[in-house]
Ligand binder design. Sequence first.
Ligand SMILES: *Cc1c(COP(=O)(O)O)cnc(C)c1O
Length: 218
Amino acid sequence: MDYAVGAIDELRPDVLFLTNPNNPTGHLIAEDDLIRLIGAAPGIVIVDEAYGEFSAGPSAVRLLDRFGEKLIVSRTMSKAFAFAGGRVGYLVAAPAIVGAIQLVRLPYHLSVFTQAAAIAAIDHRAETLASVAHLSAERDRISVRLRELGYDVIESHANFILYGGFPDEAAAWRTYLDGGVLVRDMHIPGFLRVTVGLDHENDAFLAISEQLAPKESQ
Ligand SMILES: *Cc1c(COP(=O)(O)O)cnc(C)c1O
């Protein structure tokens, strides 16, 4: 946190993006820390909550009254709504900010079909977001198991987990692939990132993770 505030003080950015929860770590910035970062920023702060639905933390939307035109909170329908094909997201901000964005937004940036689909998805959010609670529970189950296996697991508030302990993560990635499991190599030495899937997919992932587990804890 001190490092981030120091960087803001040094660089004085006009626009500061905060991804909360973060990708690829899944880390959640606590609200007190978020308030400190927004307070330190000299310009506009955009809090990107692409994974917000998977997190137990409050949305930064509730800080809008406090920070007014300094704060923009954005979300996407690509993740929790499983609607990446729709290419649609939304933001919440003070009326002056929304008005300014409307000035530069072109009419064809969002088709009427996409807008209709997005509104339908929101109207039916009990169904479209039904998988979020289960995915979050599966994320926690996977995290516990990976820790038991001796991996270094970063606590995740998203629908993926960054975990490490691989002497050669590229070789491990290949082993997963050969076993029919696709994880992501984020080019962080020793670490891979797994996205939570269906229960049986998660079990297949854990079975290979057992084979690859850091030796001393087996
Ligand atoms: C996925 C994602 C987005 C938005 O994705 P779109 O599919 O372009 O809506 C934004 N920020 C982060 C951190 C993401 O992971």
